[in-house]
Design a protein around this ligand. Structure first.
Ligand code: PHE
Ligand code: NA
Length: 444
C-alpha cells in the first residue's frame, strides 16, 4: 500500500514543516522584532494556535483518507458536497511552491558562488544579491528549472518510494549539518549573547504587529492552511496516534527554528553585525561574515546553504502533493499525468514570479504596486492561508460529529485534552485568526 509508516509520516510532515520558514524567515523576523519577547510569543502561538490547527488537519486527513475536497465531504455530518470548495487550499500550496522554488534557486546560486569566493563587504554582498534577482534572468530560470525538476522527479515516484525516501535521506543530513554548525557556534564568544538575545524577553519591543507576525509565522512554519498536512495525513494508517505524531512534528519544527536562530545570531554578533537586516539577513549579512573566516568560512557557507536547500526541497515536495492527490482521486488521473500537469502549472507561475522581480519585465509584471512575486506571497500568506485555517476550525467545531471527534481523542489522550482542543478549535483559534486577517487587510 502507498501509505506512510508512522516514523515515515513524522519525518515527512517534519520535512514539510522544516523549511525556509525556519532557517531563513524565523531568524530574520525574530531579529526585526528584537529577540526574546518575540520568541516567547511565537512559542505560545505554536502551542495554542499552530498545534490546534495542525491536529485539526491531521484528524480530517487521517479519517477522510482522501484528497482535501473529498476528506471534508467524507467527514461532514451531512456529507454535504459543497465542502468540496474547501479544496481551494490546494491552489494556495501550488502558488507558494512557485515562488518557493525561485527562492531555492537563489540558494543554489549561493552554493555555487560560495565555492569561488564570498563578498567581503555588505555593500558588495547587497549588490550581488540585487544583481542576481533583478538581472540574471537566464541563470534564475536554469536554477528554477533544476529545483522544479527535482521536485517533480521525487513526487512522481509516489508516497513511499518518492516522498518518504527523500525525507529519510535529507532530514538526517539536515540535522547533521545544523548540529555541526551549532557546535561551531558554541565555540564562539558570542554564543552566550545569542542565547540572551533569544531568551531574555524585552516586552517594550512588542506591539500588535509583533503579535500578528508571530501568529503568521506559526502558521507558515507548520505548513498549515494549504492542505499539505491534511493530505499527508490521508496516507497515515487509521490506527496511528495522530496526537503524538502532531506533537513530535511541532517539537521538531520549533527546535530547528530555535537552533537556526542561535547559529545565525552567534555569527552575526561575532561580527558585530545588526540583527535587524530583514530578509537580506541570510543572503547579504551572512556571506560577508563567512568571508572573514577564510576557507573555513567558505566551508561553513556552503554547508549552511546546502542545509537550506535540503530543508526547502522536502517542503517543496509537500506543497505539490495536495493537488496531485486531488487530480488523481477526483479526476482519475494517473500519478504521472497529474504530476506533469501540476508541475507545469507551478513551473510556469514560478517563471512569471522570477521575471516580475527583474529589471526587464518588472514594470509589466507589477500590479497594485506589488510585483507578481510579492503578490503571490501576500495573497497566500495573508489571505488564503488564514481563510483556510478558519474554515478548517469551523468545520471541525460545528459540522463534524462531536462524539466521533471525542472518541478519537479518548483513544489516544483523555477528556481534558479533548475539551481544551475543542474549545480552541471552535472559538479561540477562529477568532484569533479573523482578527489577524482583518488587521492585515487594514479593516481594523
Ligand atoms: N513550513 C514550510 C517552512 O517553514 C513552508 C511551507 C508552507 C511548506 C506551506 C508547506 C506548505 O518553510
Ligand atoms: Na517551518
Amino acid at each position: 500500500m502507498n501509505k506512510f509508516s508512522r516514523i515515515g509520516f513524522i519525518l515527512a510532515a517534519a520535512g514539510s514543516a522544516v523549511g525556509l520558514g525556519n532557517v531563513w524567515k524565523f531568524p530574520y523576523v525574530t531579529g526585526e522584532y528584537g529577540g526574546g519577547a518575540f520568541v516567547l510569543i511565537y512559542l505560545l502561538a505554536i502551542l495554542f494556535i499552530g498545534l490546534t490547527v495542525f491536529i485539526a488537519e491531521t484528524i480530517i486527513g487521517q479519517n477522510g483518507q482522501a484528497d482535501v475536497s473529498s476528506s471534508f465531504i467524507n467527514l461532514s455530518k451531512t456529507k454535504n458536497e459543497n465542502w468540496k470548495f474547501a479544496g481551494f487550499m490546494i491552489i494556495t500550496a501550488l502558488i507558494i511552491l512557485s515562488f518557493y522554488s525561485v527562492v531555492l534557486g537563489w540558494i543554489l546560486n549561493y552554493i555555487i558562488t560560495s565555492f569561488s569566493s564570498l563578498p567581503t563587504e555588505a555593500k558588495i554582498a547587497g549588490a550581488n544579491f540585487e544583481k542576481l534577482i533583478s538581472n540574471d534572468i537566464f541563470l534564475l530560470v536554469i536554477y528554477h528549472t533544476i529545483i522544479a525538476g527535482s521536485v517533480i522527479f521525487i513526487v512522481i515516484k509516489g508516497i513511499k518510494e518518492g516522498i518518504e525516501k527523500v525525507n529519510f535521506i535529507l532530514m538526517p543530513l539536515l540535522a547533521l549539518i545544523l548540529i555541526g554548525l551549532l557546535i561551531y557556534s558554541f565555540s564562539l564568544d558570542s554564543f552566550s549573547k545569542a542565547i540572551s538575545f533569544m531568551f531574555t524577553p524585552d516586552f517594550s519591543k512588542i506591539d500588535g504587529n509583533a503579535l500578528l507576525a508571530a501568529l503568521g509565522q506559526a502558521f507558515f512554519t507548520l505548513s498549515l492552511g494549504v492542505g499539505t498536512i491534511l493530505t499527508y495525513s490521508a496516507s497515515l494508517p487509521k490506527e496511528t496516534n495522530f496526537f503524538k505524531s502532531s506533537i513530535y512534528v511541532a517539537i521538531l519544527d520549533t527546535a530547528i527554528a530555535l537552533i537556526a536562530g542561535l547559529i545565525i545570531f552567534s555569527f552575526l554578533f561575532e561580527a558585530g553585525a545588526p540583527s535587524t537586516a530583514g530578509p537580506g539577513l541570510v543572503f547579504i549579512s551572512l556571506p560577508v561574515i563567512f568571508s572573514a573566516w577564510g576557507v573555513w568560512g567558505q566551508v561553513i557557507a556552503i554547508s549552511f546553504f546546502i542545509a537550506l536547500i535540503f530543508a526547502g526541497i522536502t517542503s517543496a515536495v509537500s506543497m505539490i502533493e495536495p493537488s496531485l492527490r486531488f487530480f488523481i482521486e477526483r479526476f482519475k488521473m494517473t500519478r504521472i499525468k497529474a504530476t506533469i500537469l501540476c508541475g507545469s502549472i507551478f513551473y510556469i507561475l514560478g517563471i512569471i514570479a522570477l521575471l516580475s522581480m527583474s529589471k526587464t519585465f518588472g514594470t509589466e509584471l507589477t500590479f497594485f504596486d506589488k510585483s507578481v512575486f510579492d503578490l503571490m506571497d501576500f495573497m497566500t500568506s495573508t489571505i488564503m492561508m488564514p481563510i483556510a485555517a478558519i474554515l478548517t476550525c469551523i468545520f471541525l467545531g460545528f459540522f463534524v460529529d462531536k462524539e466521533f471527534l471525542k472518541g478519537k481523542f479518548i483513544k489516544h489522550t483523555n477528556i481534558f485534552v479533548f475539551n481544551s482542543w475543542y474549545f480552541l478549535v471552535r472559538f479561540i483559534v477562529p477568532i484569533a485568526i479573523t482578527i489577524l486577517l482583518l488587521n492585515k487587510l487594514g479593516v481594523i
